[in-house]
Design a protein around this ligand. Structure first.
Ligand code: TUI
Length: 322
């Protein structure tokens, strides 16, 4: 099986999660310069914006980077035109089935790595020519599926031949090591990169992540068919209360209008839509993207070298070490 670093052209097998309105050239270039695959999130943006961001990223790094396509976006086809014209090295996708777009991108030499939340879609995108797949568990931030990373990664790893990259709940070396134990050959990280020094999100958003604990996130939007994991703040509680009363989707959507900008641009911790993964409680400091990548893989290597601890005396797995 071809390895993830060869597919991505990176030093480390790590992809930065696509965070709408947040993941732009500064973060993407910092992650790519740090040896990972930086991602520009194109969801909610225009084709002109995307072209500019691709060009700026190229000025800031000579390393490979990617663009994420949010498949619910009404201008997906226009965005794909720009991606193909600009010969973006890698595309990740989310919130849908990218099947019908894969062949065109492959014809332009682009590596395609769909983000999926179930086995059926992983198998479909493999048949359509995907180079690898990101298996994203429900621990992730933003739009989520139902299955946990722990259950999803090994089932997708058994169902496809292309490499599986684990996402959802990974923010340190233990998460990296665990992902590999489940059959992943790489990882995608979003929440920890939110607090990267190079991430341009408002400080109020970063503080919400740094202050979070294990139980600080909740999935809103289940009633609309698009569950989204966010920090449990005033806005999230209001949405949940409307959902409990079975209010119309339109009323919920109205309440959400402008809330992503309030979070990302203004750092409004009460009324902003602060998307975050469940692992936010583990994220305690701002670091550069390069430091984050190095630290995670160093910790994972240390765990791997110490792997025999699993079957030695005193271990919790084999009891008395037999
Ligand atoms: O896409 C993501 N994460 C996202 S997208 C996003 S923007 C958004 N905001 C509000 C509502 C919806 C989107 C914020 N975060 N992660 C990958 C992911 N893909 N998670 C779940 C899915 C998914 C869900 C349904 C993929 C496919 C799917 O259906 C496929 C089909 O064929 O119906």
């Amino acid at each position: 099986m071809i390895n993830v670093c060869e597919i991505l052209g990176t030093r480390y097998p790590i992809i930065q999660g696509a965070m709408a309105r947040i993941a732009e050239c500064n973060l993407a270039a910092a992650v790519s310069n740090g040896g990972g695959l930086g991602i520009i999130a194109s969801g909610g943006e225009s084709a002109d914006w995307l072209r500019q961001q691709i060009q700026k990223t190229r000025e800031m790094t000579d390393q490979p980077f990617g663009v994420n396509l949010m498949l619910l976006a009404p201008n997906v086809e226009e965005l794909i035109e720009v991606i193909c014209e600009e010969r973006v090295p890698v595309v990740t996708t989310g919130a849908g089935n990218p099947g019908k777009y894969i062949a065109k991108m492959k014809e332009h030499g682009i590596k395609v790595v769909p983000v999926v939340a179930n086995v059926a879609l992983a198998m479909r995108v493999e048949r359509a020519g995907a180079d690898a797949v990101v298996a994203e568990g429900t621990e992730a931030g933003g739009h989520i599926g139902e299955t946990t990373t722990m259950a999803l990664v090994p089932q997708i790893a058994d169902a496809v031949k292309i490499p599986v990259i684990a996402a959802g709940g990974i923010a340190d070396g233990r998460g990296v090591a665990a992902a590999y134990m489940l059959g992943a050959k790489g990882i995608q990280v979003g929440t920890r990169f939110l607090v990267a020094k190079e991430c341009i999100v408002a400080q109020g958003y970063k503080d919400a992540i740094l202050k979070a604990k294990d139980s600080s996130t909740v999935a809103t939007g289940r009633s609309t068919g698009h569950p989204v994991r966010v920090i449990k703040n005033k806005l999230a509680r209001e949405i949940l209360s409307l959902e409990k009363k079975n209010e119309d989707v339109e009323k919920i959507n109205e309440l959400c209008t402008g809330t992503l900008a309030a979070a990302v641009r203004d750092g409004d911790a009460d009324h902003g839509n602060i998307m975050s993964g469940q692992i936010a409680g583990l994220v305690k400091k701002e670091q550069s993207a390069a430091e984050i990548i190095q630290e995670m893989f160093k910790e994972a290597e240390e765990i791997y070298e110490d792997r025999n601890h699993i079957c030695r005396a005193g271990s919790s797995i084999s009891g008395n070490g037999k």
